[in-house]
Design a protein around this ligand. Structure first.
Ligand SMILES: [Zn+2]
Length: 115
């Protein structure tokens, strides 16, 4: 899988596309995959807050903690955050701890968590 040759770089197209597929399982590509009710509400709240903060950074021309492409749309934010979960979880955890916690619960621990 050529896109994963540098898995620590924070980018992995395969993970990105899988995240979009998981997101769309409930019929809506909106950055929130199907989850049990209370978790889905918490997910939506925490992802929205982190997304809004990222968009504000991009709009202000500030350097962003994760790839600024994530600010394109909520579904891209979920997909890009998923890439970081699998490839650079420390960066995600320090930049967006609540988002990182949701993704750890959703996907399981990142393979690089203890690296
Ligand atoms: Zn995408």
């Amino acid at each position: 899988m050529a896109d994963c040759e540098e898995p620590r770089a924070g980018f992995c197209v395969a993970v990105h596309e899988i995240a979009h597929k998981l997101d769309a399982l409930d019929g809506l590509l909106d950055g929130t995959p199907p989850l049990p009710g209370p978790w889905q509400r918490g997910w939506a709240r925490d992802f929205q807050a982190a997304y809004d903060a990222l968009v504000a950074d991009v709009d202000a021309g500030r350097e962003t903690a994760i790839d600024g492409y994530a600010a394109e749309a909520p579904e891209e934010f979920f997909a890009v955050a998923s890439e970081y979960h699998f490839s650079d979880p420390q960066a995600l955890r320090s930049a967006m701890p609540k988002v990182a916690a949701h993704l750890e619960k959703f996907y399981g621990p990142s393979p690089f968590t203890d690296a």
